[in-house]
Write a protein that binds this ligand. Structure first.
Ligand code: SF4
Length: 388
């Protein structure tokens, strides 16, 4: 029996220091605390995110931020429009949303303020809000990432016992794309020994390629604190033969070995190329009109600067994806951030031959930018995207 507790939100909009190069968001919003889908691999029950005293309450006690739209409305008056991810650590379309419609209320406010949005969910309930998502897609940018990790009934009952069926989710992806709202499949996390078989990976990617715009892949399941506790208990009860294999693969670490991650990513990359679907979310494209807000020059928005910054983040994405090391492309993140913060056009800086004066832009990254500015494309990135 799930208990719902209505709470007052102190704030709704969390601003991140760096733009995320997987989900492209700068902000995140969580309309709920706790999640009824109760996936057994969920990392939101680790202490770093958890607000419940007992992690087992994460899916039994759902806190509903009923006043979220009003709180957000006040916050947005002072915020610079940028991509908002919904949600960070809960599903915005869990069953509670049918009754409370907090996510819908939040989307109405985001649409009114012309903020671009990235929805991450496991529920076809997202289709209820197709009108708002369409409006956001037209005036800013919108993408919906539907998490699908398997079609196997046996694995679903073990890993995601309360989420809508993957067929319903895939159908939602198809409908969203048909309605002009970009939608793809989020194939994360990869749960070792359960979801990483060639058969499973190929099936998810193949079926996604028939209607999705992308398959985001590359996140092997973490095992942290409560998450580890719960997952290992699950294995002991249902698949005791895997316990030792997990202990070997993770040891005391929170993630599986880099070798393992690279092997899985490579397999996924090859399936994606084989079925002709991207393995990343295309960078957002949105106008942030100066008239929309009173912006200082530093907060101003130069579309070309944003494209160069996104280009560098995509390079970083592929470097991280192929190395299995999330910190392998830190220089790209730093340079990208500096370029987004410029208060003049990067083209002017390029013409003066001063790219290297931008904080974080070294020789190799400046060559990368030069090529992108001169040709509007980058052979290096194209190579990263097409070959392993
Ligand atoms: S839907 Fe997401 S947030 Fe909810 S339990 Fe599953 S993994 Fe966690």
């Amino acid at each position: 029996m799930v208990k719902f507790v209505e709470i007052e939100a102190k704030s709704m909009l969390t601003k991140h220091r760096f733009r995320d190069n997987w989900f492209w968001n700068r902000y995140s919003i969580n309309p709920y605390r706790g999640c009824q889908f109760a996936c057994n691999y969920c990392d939101a029950i680790t202490e770093r995110y958890l607000v419940h005293e007992d992690y087992r309450d994460f899916s039994r006690v759902i806190y509903v931020k009923k006043d979220a739209p009003g709180v957000l409305e006040r916050e947005l008056k002072k915020a610079i429009p940028d991509v908002v991810a919904m949600s960070g650590v809960t599903d915005p379309y869990q069953p509670a949303e049918k009754r409370y419609e907090v996510t819908r209320g939040v989307l109405e406010i985001l649409a009114r303020h012309r903020f671009p949005v990235h929805i991450i969910t496991k529920s076809d309930l997202v289709l209820r809000d197709i009108d708002l998502l369409g409006e956001i897609a037209k005036q800013a940018w919108c993408t919906v990432s539907m998490t699908i990790v398997t079609f196997s009934r046996r694995l679903l009952s073990l890993l995601e016992p309360f989420a809508p069926s993957p067929e319903k989710r895939l159908d939602a992806v198809r409908i969203l794309n048909e309605e002009g709202i970009q939608a793809g499949v989020d194939f994360t996390p990869i749960v070792p020994y359960l979801l990483d078989s060639e058969e499973n990976m190929e099936e998810v990617i193949k079926r996604a390629s028939e209607c999705a715009r992308y398959v985001l892949i590359g996140g092997a399941m973490t095992l942290r604190s409560n998450q580890r506790l719960r997952f290992m208990e699950l294995l002991e009860r249902n698949l005791p033969g895997l316990v030792e294999k997990y202990e070997k693969l993770y040891g005391k670490q929170e993630s599986p070995s880099q070798d393992y991650v690279v092997k899985v990513n490579k397999k996924a990359f090859q399936f994606c190329r084989g079925y002709g679907i991207e393995n990343y979310i295309p960078p957002p494209s949105f106008e942030r009109a100066l008239s929309q807000k009173t912006l200082t020059p530093k907060e101003g928005f130069d579309k070309e600067n944003f494209e160069v910054a996104s280009h560098l983040l995509l390079m970083a994405f592929f470097k991280e994806f192929k190395s299995g090391d999330p910190y392998s492309a830190w220089a790209y993140h730093r340079a990208s951030q500096s370029i987004e913060n410029l208060n003049e056009s990067i083209k002017e800086i390029y013409k003066r031959g001063e790219l290297r004066k931008i904080p974080g832009v070294g020789e190799s990254i400046s060559r990368e930018i030069e090529e992108f500015l001169a040709k509007g494309r980058s052979e290096r990135l194209e190579k990263e995207m097409s070959t392993w």
